[in-house]
Ligand binder design. Structure first.
Ligand code: ADP
Length: 152
């Protein structure tokens, strides 16, 4: 049986080593993972979409199973368009779990899409795009929190 297709959606503002690690660990389960940069019309973000997309491409270059795309609208609709039966999400803590559970149930109710949760590795559980933005804004070295090969 061929392996299913998955979507890993996010704002990736910017992509972190935590995101990268989740994709690496999910990769053996899927034929393709579409890393989908969500265009949120109400939330502008700190980094331009072009830069966020370029960093995602750098992070996943040389991985033919990973496809970087941009999308607008509902993740469940994107999954249907791409023929993806799974959404991959990372869980860092119980707050993530609480939020993600509702979203996962809604995606299942809308389009029958299942969500696969992977726990953040202990060494990544404290890393978020929000904290990386904060460090960057205060001129701290964010290199250790970015995927290999990415510099911002
Ligand atoms: P969103 O705005 O949709 O939450 P993010 O870009 O912040 O998008 O995160 C995308 C996904 O990556 C989410 O499932 C989030 O929980 C997960 N994630 C973020 N940081 C980490 C991390 N350090 N370790 C594991 N998963 C993470």
């Amino acid at each position: 049986m061929s392996r299913p297709i998955a979507v890993f959606p996010g704002s990736f503002d910017p992509v972190t080593i935590g995101h990268w690690s989740i994709v690496q660990r999910a990769l053996p389960l899927f034929s393709t993972i579409h890393v989908a940069l969500g265009v949120n019309t109400t939330k502008r973000g700190m980094f331009e979409l072009e830069r966020r997309e370029a960093w995602l491409r750098q992070a996943f270059q040389g991985m033919p199973q990973v496809n970087v795309i941009r999308f607008e609208g509902l993740t469940a609709d994107l999954c249907e368009r791409l023929g993806a039966s799974f959404i991959v999400r990372g869980l860092r803590n119980s707050t993530d779990h609480g939020n993600e559970r509702s979203i996962a149930l809604m995606n299942h109710a809308l389009r029958g899409v299942e969500t696969l949760f992977l726990p953040a590795l202990p060494e990544h559980a404290h890393i978020s795009s929000t904290i990386v933005r904060e460090l960057f804004a205060n001129h701290a070295d964010v290199g250790p929190f970015l995927p290999p090969g990415v510099s911002i």
